[in-house]
Design a protein around this ligand. Structure first.
Ligand code: GSH
Length: 212
């Protein structure tokens, strides 16, 4: 959501939330207590909204003349973008967290268990990448759309696996080589966007948070 506010150049105020001490004023806006939460201005005053994909659709509808559209024009392509944005939130992001949080050397954790989660995560990335426009660099072609922004925050944090899991473990050579090349092209394009640079801190600032 932050990326899209930047991409569309929508004026906004950023408010930091401490997830360990959620202020009542924040919980009043979003009873789930999660970020992102937006307080938007409407004809009836300021009102809260949450759930990132809902927020992206709201920004698209509420600011139709701000920057490029988050959807392709063609109704089929638009529907496909929604399917794969759902794949990111319901499949890729949970697999990312399962892989990152698994402890192979504590409790019932095993190195084989970790390997299984690694392959599960990599498999989801392959499945996603196979759906991309073959040339790109973005999911549907030359310009990024909603699905690119939904995955981008996780994609630019893949370094956490180098730090905590001995590497992402992308195969050096495999039958999916072409798919991984396409993934690399997508990731490079995403990392190059100003919106990413303006909303991402250096890794050193995230490390203590991931270590908790
Ligand atoms: N489905 C929600 C998920 C939001 C969510 O899980 N946000 C996390 C940060 S990525 C959060 O606020 N965590 C704080 C907590 O769980 O207390 C969305 O897409 O907005």
């Amino acid at each position: 959501v932050w990326l899209v506010l930047e991409e569309k150049k929508i004026p906004y105020q950023y408010k930091e939330v401490n997830p360990y001490h959620k202020e009542p004023s924040f919980l009043a806006l979003n009873p789930r207590g999660l970020v992102p939460t937006l307080e938007v201005s409407t004809a009836d005053g300021h009102k809260p909204l949450y759930e990132s994909t809902v927020l992206l659709e709201y920004l698209e509808d509420a600011y139709p003349n701000h920057g490029p559209s988050l959807y392709p024009n063609n109704p089929y392509d638009k529907a496909k973008v929604k399917i794969w944005a759902d794949f990111v939130t319901s499949r890729i992001i949970p697999a990312f967290h399962r892989f990152l949080q698994y402890q192979p050397n504590t409790g019932s954790g095993t190195p084989e268990g970790l390997e299984k989660l690694r392959q599960e995560f990599l498999g989801k990335l392959v499945e996603f990448t196979r759906e991309m426009d073959p040339v790109g660099p973005y999911f549907t072609g030359k310009e990024p759309v909603l699905v690119d922004f939904v995955l981008a925050p996780w994609a630019v944090r893949l370094w956490v696996f180098d730090e905590f899991k001995g590497g992402l473990g992308k195969p050096e050579k495999s039958e999916d080589q072409k798919v991984w090349e396409r993934w690399g092209k997508w990731l490079e394009a995403v990392k190059g966007r100003d919106s990413i640079k303006r909303t991402t801190s250096d890794a050193q600032h995230y490390l203590p948070i991931y270590k908790r």
